[in-house]
Design a protein around this ligand. Structure first.
Ligand SMILES: NC(=O)c1ccc[n+]([C@@H]2O[C@H](COP(=O)([O-])OP(=O)(O)OC[C@H]3O[C@@H](n4cnc5c(N)ncnc54)[C@H](OP(=O)(O)O)[C@@H]3O)[C@@H](O)[C@H]2O)c1
Length: 205
């Protein structure tokens, strides 16, 4: 399959690119500053090329939001909405890497603007009609990813390895059992049977 990883230059995105490439997929990296072959200009703060998803079978978006409120809205709300609209036109599945505390912004006033922009972007993706999964990682670490725990309801807290976020994002993209769901992701004792773990999730609607 041909997969676009928006934020594929980032620490989690790079890991997703490596996993997809190792599995034999053709990977295109989306970046604000594309360099080299198999990279393409994607700036979620700006208009997207109408043909961005031509010949693309799936998208992972793992993008760090700007820290200012207007920037966060431009990228994490309107940018994700534009990406979702393009994907919906072709029914291309999209996995969005979001974060925990999306429904609890009041508990993190320091991150409230970013959380609210992310929440709106999540909802735009759900409403777009394209197949999707929203992965909400806990606090990211660069420790080796040795296991994963999935939760729903956004009540927890904890850490998760970027390796694990990348693995879960790839699995969620490629397994239709995950589509239509939102889940939190933490380090766990072992990697799950992904098909079973996704099947056990409650669908968003
Ligand atoms: N830090 C945490 O504890 C934590 C917790 C939960 C969730 N998260 C989220 O998890 C995701 C992955 O985090 P990370 O630390 O692995 O990311 P990272 O290394 O900071 O990489 C972020 C990527 O975002 C891309 N990006 C930034 N602005 C963009 C824009 N306007 N348009 C398109 N791409 C843009 C950058 O690509 P270019 O520079 O090449 O354009 C970069 O590759 C992020 O969404 C992060 O906010 C983080």
């Amino acid at each position: 399959m041909s997969i676009l990883v928006v934020g594929g230059t980032g620490r989690t995105g790079r890991r997703a690119v490596e996993l997809l490439t190792a599995d034999g997929h053709d990977v295109l990296v989306g970046s604000r500053r594309p360099r080299g072959p198999r990279t393409v200009t994607v700036d979620l703060a700006r208009d997207l090329a109408p043909d961005l998803l031509r010949d693309i079978d799936g998208v992972i978006a793992s993008v760090e939001p700007p820290t200012d409120s207007a920037g966060a809205v431009a990228v994490m709300h309107h940018g994700i909405a534009r990406l979702a609209e393009l994907a919906a036109a072709q029914r291309v599945p999209v996995v969005l890497v979001s974060q925990i505390y999306i429904t609890r912004a009041a508990e993190h006033p320091d991150l409230a603007d970013i959380i609210e922009a992310r929440a709106a972007g999540e909802q735009a993706l759900r409403d777009s009609g394209t197949p999707y999964a929203v992965v909400r990682p806990g606090w990211l670490t660069d420790s080796p990813g040795t296991g994963a725990r999935l939760e729903q309801g956004d009540r927890g807290d904890g850490r998760v390895s970027r390796d694990t976020v990348a693995r879960a994002s790839v699995e969620a993209l490629l397994r239709p059992e995950a589509h239509g769901t939102t889940f939190e992701l933490y380090d766990g004792p072992a990697m799950p049977d992904w098909a079973a773990a996704f099947t056990a999730l409650k669908a968003d609607r």
